[in-house]
Ligand binder design. Structure first.
Ligand SMILES: [Zn+2]
Length: 289
């Protein structure tokens, strides 16, 4: 079981206590890049091949690439993103790229993460890279004493982050933005196990082929959080072009479960939409206590 192994390993990783994290250095970084990241991509719409159908082209941050065509494999795949457009250069040469392998987390004392998400109806899009739920205003988190508003959440298969090399079947990313423009993304691993009712309702509502969007009936995003509130943190980037290094990452230490059929349904639409793991370089993975 992933969740037990992950949790166990994290506890084994308790080596020492360190002072609190210096205030995040990437606050307010690179607004220009984010402006580019907010543009819609008109690429990559695929044919009708699956149970959920395929639809629109709209993007929001963290599943974003301006107008430049990019993919996960092949000529425009992840290893070549940095060459596709000057604004993607950091994908190739950045030193704080995401995702990463979450190994040897360091226990730290930090203000608690406060999650204030509200149930709401939402618009869903298939943007050519993932299924994305655009969340209306009114949900936010507080991280390091700063408020980040929830913009959207979307899915990757397999998981983008790993824990000591262990990859989950899927990963959901909740993308938040501060007034200054920088992002905070909460990632939740999705392991194969019991069927997940909230995921089922999202899959059921996904836009069909040729539909630009669909409406998701009222859903509480918190239904996609694990019961255990533990999480890890590190400073990183968007995992899609332009790979801007403006993201405070929060990865929940416990996974939620989805059924094999639920994974298969997403896989039929997106067989692989995960960027390879990037070097940690001079960063640390932090384990807030
Ligand atoms: Zn993502």
């Amino acid at each position: 079981m992933h969740r037990k192994r992950r949790s166990h390993n994290i506890r084994q990783g308790l080596l020492r206590r360190v002072p609190s994290l210096p205030r995040a250095l990437f606050v307010g970084l690179v607004m220009v890049i984010l402006v580019g990241a907010l543009n819609a991509c008109q690429q990559d719409v695929q044919g009708p091949t699956d149970q959920m159908g395929v639809g629109s082209t709209q993007h929001a941050p963290e599943a974003e690439g301006g107008q430049v065509h990019w993919t996960y494999d092949g000529e425009t795949g992840a290893e070549r993103w940095g060459d596709l457009d000057p604004s993607f250069e950091v994908c190739a040469h950045g030193t704080q790229q995401s995702p990463v392998d979450l190994a040897s987390p360091i226990p730290v004392s930090l203000d608690a993460l406060d999650i204030q998400w509200q149930p709401a109806k939402a618009d869903m899009v298939d943007n050519g890279h993932t299924i994305q739920v655009n969340v209306p205003e009114g949900s936010w988190i507080t991280l390091d004493g700063r408020r980040f508003s929830l913009l959207q959440f979307h899915f990757h298969l397999p998981s983008e982050h790993t824990y000591e090399g262990i990859r989950s079947a899927m990963e959901v990313h909740f993308v938040h933005q501060a007034a200054e423009g920088d992002l905070a993304v909460i990632g939740v691993f999705m392991d194969v196990g019991e069927i997940h009712p909230a995921v089922e309702s999202i899959w059921d509502a996904a836009p069909g082929f040729g539909e630009p969007s669909a409406t998701l009936p009222e859903l509480d995003p918190s239904a996609l959080l694990p019961e255990d509130p533990g999480y890890l943190r590190y400073a990183g980037s968007l995992t899609t072009p332009p790979c801007a290094e403006v993201v405070s990452w929060v990865l929940m230490t416990h996974a939620i479960t989805v059924s094999r059929a639920q994974v298969d349904a997403f896989e039929a639409r997106y067989p692989m939409n995960a960027r390879p793991v990037q070097r940690l370089n001079r960063r640390f993975v932090l384990w807030p206590q």
